[in-house]
Design a protein. Structure first.
Length: 326
């Protein structure tokens, strides 16, 4: 019998790749989308689209009927608001309602897509792992803090109430079909500019297809109540931009941004201690840190594929070029 999966966030970058791979593996897929969500990516996929809202329990229960699994990838991901309240309904309340509906439906596995921001980053020599805690300074980011709170909600249900949930936490994803450029904005920044300014820090870049595979594997693999970092290749911004530049036909000049950039922001914050300046200070600080993570646990327990960084970059650039993003 074909198994049925409910996917949230299917119109987004990762959600689309999860939905696409599920259908390729012969699962029946139901996606719950807001009335105004863009379905241009999904129109060629054989999935059932239900219009509704993740803040409405009846809409959730309608979409979840006869489903055996739930992959919750929907979230408000913009990082332009300093107010935690702006993220509460989209990232926390929706998760709580999905958990409640999943209990009624006796879901076999609930896969929650969190964020690597819910853990402490590390260096290339000692990358961050699932055993680390949330970094206190990221409480100033409404997005990061809300994802951490939602993650804790899921883990508490799993560990205290035997709820069959598992947490997966992707890093910076690369790949095609980034229709509303999220991770792709960093790549497009270089592709659209000759002069490219880069900070000292770095990120963990991962193929979105590898993340989608790990999310799907998490329906039948991994341990209930556990978290899995879905990372890939750890690179400095400079090394990443160099790699992107290799696949670009234009010439780019890379210019380092000095750490002293933080000084005027610090000064302004002392004079005008607003939430917005605090968020700016937090986001800029992240750019100068080594934001690196290990995926050893996910490779071992979720059979997560390796990220081949060159092919991931090339696929992204080709898709952006074919769709006239630059």
């Amino acid at each position: 019998m074909t198994k049925k999966v409910m996917v949230t966030g299917a119109s987004g970058f990762l959600g689309f790749h999860i939905t696409k791979q599920l259908i390729q593996e012969n699962y029946k897929v139901v996606v719950l989308l807001r009335k105004n969500s863009d379905t241009s990516l999904l129109k060629h996929l054989h999935c059932k689209i239900i219009r509704g809202d993740l803040s409405n329990p009846k809409d959730i229960e309608r979409a979840m009927q006869e489903c055996e699994f739930v992959i919750h990838a929907a979230a408000k991901t913009s990082q332009d608001s300093p107010d935690f309240a702006d993220y509460r309904e989209a990232n926390i309340t929706s998760t709580k309602l999905l958990i409640e509906a999943s209990k009624k439906q006796n879901i076999s596995r609930f896969v929650f897509v969190s964020s690597a921001n819910a853990f402490t980053m590390g260096s290339k020599e000692n990358p961050g792992t699932e055993n680390s805690d949330f970094m206190p300074f990221l409480r100033n980011s409404g997005y990061a803090h809300s994802k951490y709170k939602a993650q804790q909600l899921v883990l508490d249900e799993a560990n205290k109430n035997n709820f069959p949930a598992i947490v997966v936490a992707p890093t910076f994803m690369l790949g095609p079909y980034d229709i509303k450029p999220s991770s792709g904005r960093l790549m497009l920044y270089l592709l659209k500019n000759k002069l490219v300014f880069y900070p000292k820090g770095g990120k963990s870049y991962v193929a979105v297809s590898a993340v989608a595979t790990a999310c799907i594997n998490a329906m039948r693999m991994g341990r209930t109540g556990e978290s899995y970092l879905l990372s890939g290749v750890n690179l400095t911004y400079k090394d990443f931009f160099k790699k992107v530049s290799e696949f670009s036909t234009a010439t780019h000049f890379l210019i380092p941004i000095p750490l002293s950039l933080l000084n005027p922001i610090e000064g302004l914050y002392r004079i005008f201690p607003t939430k917005r300046l605090l968020l700016l200070k937090t986001n800029v600080r992240m750019l100068f840190l080594e934001n690196y993570f290990s995926n050893e646990k996910a490779k071992k327990e979720l059979n997560m594929p390796e990220t081949h960084i060159d092919s991931s970059i090339k696929e992204s650039i080709n898709w952006f070029q074919e769709n006239k993003y630059f």
